[in-house]
Design a protein around this ligand. Structure first.
Ligand code: PGA
Length: 256
């Protein structure tokens, strides 16, 4: 009894460690202006500013259909974790949170187990996790990309209830494509997106048809249509180009 699942596209802007608070407010305002007409109906648009500007962006986009996401979270509710931000602090402010971005995995040594804990904590808090997976160039060249990404997906979904899988979003971001200007080809990204959904289906059942899979890694206004044309790709996680409202709007419109 397969139920036809409509997956509304999602485009998320990961501003990373860019933008002062004033710049974040301006960028949010420009993005609302550029996308307010389609956000929320044709596409989910999520802005992920630095932690210190979450409140500014929250206030700036209030009343618009744009959504707010954090760039990571701590899976503990509170406590002696200097510099960390918990899901209890994010809940009520954000609707989304990026977990396991490759920069967190590489520079801050987040493991698959950490990413799993964060994914479960986000779901418990009612936040949509945008969980990132992706292989390194050596792994792709050695023909290990699929096995590696499948392992990351299995790890991050461990313990996710079948009923919650629709609330999960997974971004396929090959490391060699992030910030390099060298994006994956559409068909290559599609192959991995289909693999990701297959693993989710195997673990969590039919609900995986409702789970969104995004592509990320050097997405630009010029190449967005190539990813949008792939049936298994439901949107994009955009880094550099999300810092330019016009470019981000053009990317987003490609998915509508
Ligand atoms: P990029 O970053 O678009 O600048 O390559 C993508 C990401 O890291 O999410």
């Amino acid at each position: 009894m397969a139920v036809l699942q409509e997956r509304r596209p999602m485009v998320a802007g990961n501003w990373k460690m860019n933008t002062t608070d004033a710049e974040a407010g301006d960028l949010a305002r420009e993005t609302v202006r550029a996308l307010g007409d389609i956000a929320g109906t044709d596409v989910d648009v999520v802005l992920c500013p630095p932690f210190v500007s979450l409140t500014t962006v929250y206030e700036t986009i209030a009343g618009s259909p744009l959504l707010l996401g954090a760039q990571t979270l701590n899976a503990a509710p509170k406590g002696a974790y200097t510099g960390e931000v918990s899901w209890t602090m994010l809940r009520g402010l954000c609707t989304h949170v990026i977990v396991g971005h490759s920069e967190r995995r590489t520079y801050y040594h987040e493991t698959d187990e950490d990413v799993n804990k964060k994914t479960l904590a986000a779901l418990d808090a009612g936040l949509t996790p945008i969980a990132c997976v992706g292989e390194r160039l050596e792994q792709r060249e050695a023909g290990q990309a699929h096995a590696y990404v499948a392992g990351q997906v299995r790890a991050l979904l461990d313990g996710v209830a079948p009923g919650a899988i629709r609330e999960v979003c997974i971004a396929y971001e090959p490391l060699w494509a992030i910030g390099t200007g060298r994006s994956a080809d559409g068909p290559v990204a599609r192959e991995v997106a289909a693999l990701i959904r297959g693993v989710a289906r195997e673990l969590c059942g039919e609900g995986a048809e409702g789970m969104r899979v995004l592509y990320g890694g050097s997405v630009t206004a010029a190449n967005a249509a190539e990813f949008a044309a792939q049936p298994d790709i439901d949107g994009a996680l955009v880094g550099g180009a999300s810092l330019d409202a016009a470019a981000f709007a053009a990317i987003t419109r490609a998915f509508v």
